[in-house]
Ligand binder design. Structure first.
Ligand code: ASP
Ligand code: MG
Length: 409
């Protein structure tokens, strides 16, 4: 007997036909005595459509974060109800539960909530009654009982956290790709499927733009030490295991993947005083509004005048808010100008193998130079290197870098 948490993403439940197919597959693969918890996302592009709907009321609906959560949580409620009806129609006992009903407790940071605690006693009770339990991903409630969503792609996090809280035997993430690739195959046709990847590498890949998994879900997997199996909804082939360490055969690559993110904007605040406290003023204003900043570069602009330029990137989602905040801060600091560039993309390489292997960055810059691609900013972590490039150069840059580290087998 096994307790398995399976998560189905929006594309896997994109139509009633697909929902019925998911239900059929689960029933077919379920072994007697297995306890199954399903975490599902909103159907297809529902979440995007709901956001568009809100924009019909106000161009920047994210300023009303609580109401955004009230709106967005409806998407998942539709899919759990329909999937549960599909099970019942097929003669399988099942029940749908919202985030509140599974005891998913979050903080009160609406639209970017973090899980504080899960008390899934109701889930356990329903499993004991012989139900397949169908849970709304992406949502929980804060101490007031208000709905809070976990950030885009948050159903992954719901699933892994719930698997941890239930001490599940496995957590399977079903999606429209058949595993984790060394790069996005839409951008890099030579990308290859990985059998395994470590939590840390997957985390870095996801943080740097690989869309397969929400980064926080991988953190959650690491925390609970739950191996996560990323696999296809539409085939029964094994996908990619995300776990603490590799088995022997997968150790070969220094670099595990090339990630990219073209939903970033570059902000430059020109001519701010080069004094203690200036960076703090700028970035505190952003972090106060929960805006994450990446790739910070401070350059020497004019030594005599003791002014400097501060350059950083933020994600597109945060751009309208960032614009407002930075204009105010720039005024306060008497900056010369604020430049915002949206025509950029971030390309990154990731691999625990780069620790203790000098020369990896050189090879990346060499590949970019061969592709005649200029680098606007560079940032590094222990297991990744990222370069900011012009958006129109992204595809060439990504393919050149991938070819450098993943030569033809
Ligand atoms: N429906 C939400 C989104 O599209 C959550 C998810 O799909 O994981 O971001
Ligand atoms: Mg989705």
């Amino acid at each position: 007997m096994a307790l398995i948490v399976k998560k189905f993403g929006g594309s896997s439940v994109g139509s009633t036909e697909k929902i019925i197919n998911v239900a059929k597959r689960i029933i077919e693969e379920k072994k007697p005595g297995d306890q199954i918890v399903l975490v599902v996302s909103a159907m297809g592009d529902t979440t995007d459509e709901l956001i568009e709907l809100a924009k019909g009321i106000n161009a920047n609906p994210y300023q009303y974060t609580r109401e955004m959560d009230m709106l967005l949580t409806t998407g998942e409620q539709v899919s759990i109800a329909l999937l549960t009806m599909a099970f019942k129609t097929l003669g399988q006992k099942a029940i749908s539960l919202t985030g509140a009903m599974i005891g998913m407790k979050t903080n009160s940071v609406h639209t970017k909530g973090k899980i504080i605690d899960i008390k899934p006693s109701r889930v356990k009770k329903e499993l004991e009654r012989g139900n397949i339990v169908v849970v709304a991903g992406f949502q929980g409630t804060d101490e007031k009982g208000d709905p809070v969503t976990l950030g885009r792609g948050g159903s992954d996090t719901s699933a892994v956290a719930l698997a941890g809280a239930l001490k599940a035997d496995a957590c399977e993430i079903y999606t429209d790709v058949d595993g984790v690739y060394s790069a996005d195959p839409r951008l890099i046709p030579d990308a290859r499927k990985m059998k395994e990847i470590t939590y840390d590498e997957m985390l870095e890949m996801a943080r740097l733009g690989a869309g397969v998994m929400q980064p926080r879900s991988v953190e959650m997997g690491k925390y609970f030490n739950i191996p996560i199996h990323v696999r296809s909804t539409f085939s029964s082939k094994p996908g990619t295991m995300i776990r603490e360490a590799y088995t022997m055969e997968e150790k070969d690559f220094l670099i595990r993947g090339v990630a990219h993110d073209d939903k970033v904007a570059k902000i430059a605040i020109l001519g701010v005083p080069n004094n203690p406290g200036v960076a703090h003023t700028i970035f505190a204003a952003l972090s106060d509004k929960n805006i994450a900043v990446d790739m910070i570069v401070q350059s020497i602009r004019n030594i005599e005048k003791n002014v400097t330029d501060m350059v950083f990137t933020v994600s597109f989602d945060d751009l309208p808010q960032t614009r407002k905040i930075i204009d105010e801060v720039a005024d306060k600091l008497s900056a010369v100008a604020v430049l915002i560039e949206e025509d950029v993309a971030k390309i990154s390489i990731v691999g625990a193998g780069m620790l203790g292997n000098p020369g990896i960055a050189t090879r990346m810059f060499g590949a970019l130079s061969k592709a005649e691609c200029n680098i606007d900013a560079i940032s590094t972590s222990e297991i990744s290197i990222s370069c900011l490039v012009k958006k129109k150069k992204l595809k060439d840059a990504a393919n050149a870098i991938h070819a450098e580290f993943f030569p033809e087998a």
